[in-house]
Structures are given as C-alpha cells and as structure tokens.
Design a protein around this ligand. Structure first.
Ligand SMILES: Nc1ncnc2c1ncn2[C@@H]1O[C@H](COP(=O)(O)OP(=O)(O)OP(=O)(O)O)[C@@H](O)[C@H]1O
Length: 203
C-alpha cells in the first residue's frame, strides 16, 4: 500500500497556496505536516481527501483497489471541525459515520471506551466538553476501517492523558500497516515520522 503525491499544487479562491509538493508513504508510515498559519496545511489535507481539487500534479493510493477504488475512499478525514450533530447523541453520531464510512474493527461502545468516553454515548454531542468532543470525533477513526488517516490538528483541546492515548492509537494504526498524515503545531508523540514543512518551495 502506498499514498503518493507528485508535484502537487493547491489553491484557494483562485490563488496558489502551495506548489510542487511530493511524498511517498508506505504501509506503517506517518507524515507530520508543519508550517506557519496560512501556509496551506489544511488545504493540502483537503486536496488529498478529494474535498478540494488540485491544480497540478497527482495524488494516488496504491493498495486494495477493490475495497478502496479511489484515494478518498481510502481516507478518514478528521478536520478542524468535528463534523458531528449537536442534537444527536454521541452514539447516534457515530452510528451515522459508521453507516457512511463502513464497518471497522470496533463497535461504537468499544471505540468510545478506547477514547475514554465509555458510558457517555447516550449524551447529546452538544453536551460534551471541547476535549470530549474531539475524542468522540477521534472515535470515528476506529469504528470504520480506512487505511489512511488525514488529521488536521487532531490533538487540539486534548488533555495530556488523551494526547498520550491518541498517540498510542496512531501508533497502533501504523503498526497495523496504516498510514497517517497529520497537520499540527503540536508534538504528536509519534516516533520515526517523516516531516513536511509547508511554506517552502518544493521541487
Ligand atoms: N475558502 C477560501 N477562500 C480563499 N482563501 C482561502 C480559503 N480558505 C483558506 N484560504 C486561504 O488559503 C491559505 C491556506 O490556508 P490553510 O487553512 O490551508 O492554512 P494552514 O496552514 O492550515 O493554516 P493554520 O495553521 O492557521 O491552520 C490561507 O492564506 C487562507 O487564508
């Protein structure tokens, strides 16, 4: 399995944001994307996820083409926002995402246990604290199997214990052959990662 970006360019509002980005990630590899505010980290993740078009270059997923025929179908995208409905319970939100993205190794209750929210599935998502909301959004990664995790500031709002727990989840995902691309200003506690610094010219 490989995630490949070649000479990738992205734009917002008709203006170029980055150009000439290239990387190859194989099974078990993680790429940490850093750079100043506005340098295009979120834009890059959205381009990889297929949520924004790329102006030049190529992004490709090589792997189980039957299960994952497109790059988008191979990716979990965890954006800045949690993409959950406030009025639905945590359980209902996660069931929606499991129906949308497919089954995973964990059921909803087990995924909530993994992120330290065991027993809170009955609460409306809107009742959760900021960090709890982020943890519920992280549970989405566990209830459906997608080999590539695209993570935008994934640990924003997490306390120290949740930070460590999430680092372990990312490590487990990579150890099982998954790929992680994470845009962040914060250390993620991952060992042996590749790095990409936005805001430079890549050729
Ligand atoms: N919808 C939009 N229309 C026009 N420009 C946009 C739009 N969204 C983002 N931009 C611009 O694109 C550039 C890159 O934004 P992006 O969110 O990718 O940066 P970032 O590196 O993730 O920043 P941060 O560290 O603040 O999260 C910024 O200059 C931003 O103002």
């Amino acid at each position: 399995m490989r995630l490949i970006a070649e000479n990738l360019s992205g734009e917002r509002g008709g203006e170029a944001v980055f150009d000439g980005i290239g990387f190859v990630l194989a099974d078990g590899e993680a790429l940490v994307v850093t750079g100043p505010n506005g340098s295009g980290k979120s834009t890059l993740l959205r381009v990889i996820a297929g949520l924004l078009p790329h102006s030049h270059g190529r992004i490709a997923f090589e792997g189980d083409s039957e299960a994952f025929p497109t790059v988008a179908s191979a990716c979990h995208y965890l954006g800045h926002l949690n993409a959950m409905k406030s009025a639905l319970t945590v359980q209902e939100n996660l069931e929606f995402w499991r129906d949308f993205a497919g089954d995973g190794q964990l059921g909803v209750s087990d995924a909530l246990e993994e992120v330290g929210l065991g027993g809170l599935g009955h609460l409306p998502f809107g009742y959760l604290s900021t960090g709890q909301k982020r943890r519920a959004a992280i549970a989405k990664l566990l209830i459906s199997h997608r080999p590539v995790w695209l993570l935008d500031e994934p640990t924003s709002g997490l306390d120290k214990a949740s930070d460590a727990r999430f680092a372990a989840l990312m490590q487990d995902h990579c150890a099982a052959g998954g790929i992680v691309v994470a845009a962040t200003h914060l250390p993620l506690g991952l060992q042996g990662v590749k790095t990409l610094e936005m805001g430079r010219v890549y050729v």
